[in-house]
Design a protein around this ligand. Structure first.
Ligand SMILES: [Zn+2]
Length: 340
């Protein structure tokens, strides 16, 4: 899917660079593969990290959504209007969505000056996605609204991660819906077969719940990799490592990221505090109401006004730029780091 994104990214980078007028003429070849060089040949030179305020060890909001319905049944649900308004805010503030797998593996390929955001959807309800008679995403679903917002904000890449259970979106085996999602750049992640509480289930049942759901996803998406898991209820199995890696029957699973419920922005995948086995997520929520201090509106305010250091891209996915006043990347990334 990446090659389809290239013209968009190049266009975006051009727009951003035109705005800053600080592009360098240096050849952007450091550490890039030959395929990367080919891609970059048509793209503008990378921006000066200082000019765009790059900070690639800053925090990344991983937002968690459940139902998107006109009459929310609890604090986990949002109305379609509120959901759209949140996406519009993210677009306005320079966020670009990436998938949970891209976050967890440090593949953050967004324009200079942009901030990554991960949009995640749990429980695979019909309010999140359905395919209309015309073959497009049903317009009032979360996916339909996301695509619509992206049409009016071309910099806002319409991707998300759907953490699904058995028969997602009311579709037996996900046979129609999961291929559609994959073909449109969405990630399909594991949320267990029956939305099991993996802590109370015990290790054998926990592994089976994860393995059987992976088998269902791969039956719908032959050749795919299920790279991420969201824990139902945020409950970790015992031992907790069973969420990342395990075997049940003939199925072996291995996740690059395990996602929790609540309650703060996630560290950059390059930060020393990054733990792919326990990635925090932020519940989408208004500025007031139950536990609003842990909700998305409050955290996005703090990320916007600098109370929390936010990940800002330097536009070069091969290098990790950060201000000297900030946090140095984990030791494994020293050779790719660039302080300014
Ligand atoms: Zn759930």
């Amino acid at each position: 899917m990446h090659h389809r994104l290239v013209p968009t990214i190049a266009t975006l980078a051009a727009v951003l660079l035109a705005g800053t007028a600080c592009g360098s003429d240096d050849s952007p070849s450091k550490g890039a593969s030959s395929a990367g060089d080919a891609k970059r040949a048509a793209a503008p030179a990378p921006a000066d990290p200082a000019a765009v305020g790059a900070d690639e060890t800053g925090a990344v909001p991983v937002l968690m959504y459940h139902q998107v319905i006109p009459s929310p049944k609890g604090v986990y649900d949002r109305t379609p209007e509120d959901f759209r308004a949140e996406l519009e805010r993210l677009a306005r503030e320079g966020y670009v969505p990436i998938t949970a797998a891209d976050y967890a593996t440090g593949h953050i390929d967004i324009p200079a000056g942009a901030h990554p955001v991960v949009l995640t959807f749990d429980d695979s309800s019909k309010s999140q996605f359905g395919i209309g008679p015309d073959g497009n995403a049903a317009p009032n679903t979360a996916v339909g609204i996301l695509l619509d917002v992206a049409r009016t904000h071309p910099a806002f890449r319409p991707v998300a991660t759907m953490f699904v259970n058995a028969d997602p979106f009311g579709d037996p085996g996900g046979r129609k819906t999961l291929p559609w999602l994959r073909d449109h750049g969405f990630e399909v992640g594991n949320h267990t077969r029956d939305h099991a509480n993996l802590r109370s289930a015990g290790p054998d049942v926990a592994a089976r719940q994860i393995a059987e759901q992976q088998a269902m996803i791969l039956a719908a998406l032959p050749g795919a990799t299920v790279a991420t898991l969201a824990l139902p209820f945020g409950a970790e199995p015992r031992p907790a490592t069973l969420a990342a890696k395990g075997t049940s029957g003939t199925v072996t699973y291995e996740h690059r990221g395990v996602f929790l419920v609540g309650s703060n922005p996630a560290p950059s995948p390059f930060a020393p505090t990054f733990d792919p086995g326990a990635v925090p997520r932020i519940r989408s929520a208004p500025a007031t109401g139950e536990d609003a201090q842990f909700g998305s509106t409050t955290w996005l305010d703090k990320l916007a006004d600098g109370r929390v250091r936010r990940y800002t891209s330097d536009g070069d996915p091969t290098m990790i730029a950060y201000p000297r006043s900030g946090t140095a990347p984990a030791a494994a990334y020293t050779s790719r780091s660039r302080a300014y």
